[in-house]
Design a protein around this ligand. Sequence first.
Ligand code: GLP
Length: 250
Amino acid sequence: MWLDGASVPTLVVDARADAERIVADEIVALLRENPALVLGLATGNSPVGVYRELCAAQAAGRVSFANASTFNLDEYLELPGGDPRSFRRWMEEHLFDRVKPRAVHMPECTALQPEPARVGEAYERLIQAAGGIDVQLLGIGRNGHIGFNEPGAPRLSRTRVVELHPATRELAASAFGAIAHVPKRAITMGVATILAARRIRVLAFGAGKAEIVKRALVDEVSSACPVTFLRGHPDVKLFVDREAAAAVTR
Ligand code: GLP
């Protein structure tokens, strides 16, 4: 059911699997139409089911990623290469080891670009050179962050080094054993980088997202809640299950 009068087109599904199938099917259709599709990807719990569906579609021979390229939203700074908690490793486990895109990009320091401060500019140039992002997958942080654009992130921000919000580090603590081990900085696409994508598909599931889904739809558009900047994008859709929609449907 599409939510009536929502400030962002919002589809409420009975179960998250329904949304995962819809979004994966759309990506498969786009890839079949344009095998050189440029995908913007997110890590976290929200997109895992979409990646599972995409792996299944590839295994069934319904689609190929051999000409596609990908750009991830964000990556921690100050983790050794190949660290099991890096977003690169996470993406390999959930998608890249199986679907093998032609080119995979993460906003990270490399031998070619070892200086964090320069990585952002270089990443923006790579996105430009690829022709821009055709479809960007997005989750929502509980504090309203998109990528690692934490509260306070400007509308015009581009890929850059950011400090992680204490609440974000707290949520990541279990993966790192303790909050003290969670990196303090990351590199993230900026709000303007995300908004430049031709299509944006946002996923939010479970009761833990109910409050931020409400804020995304009704809060004043401002840096205080970066997800509100999605309003007004020409092709954005938000997919939520009943639990995540609870605060806007009652
Ligand atoms: C993380 C990531 C975001 C992600 C968000 C939501 O911190 N940097 O890109 O979208 O938080 O995560 P989840 O989907 O696990 O709720």
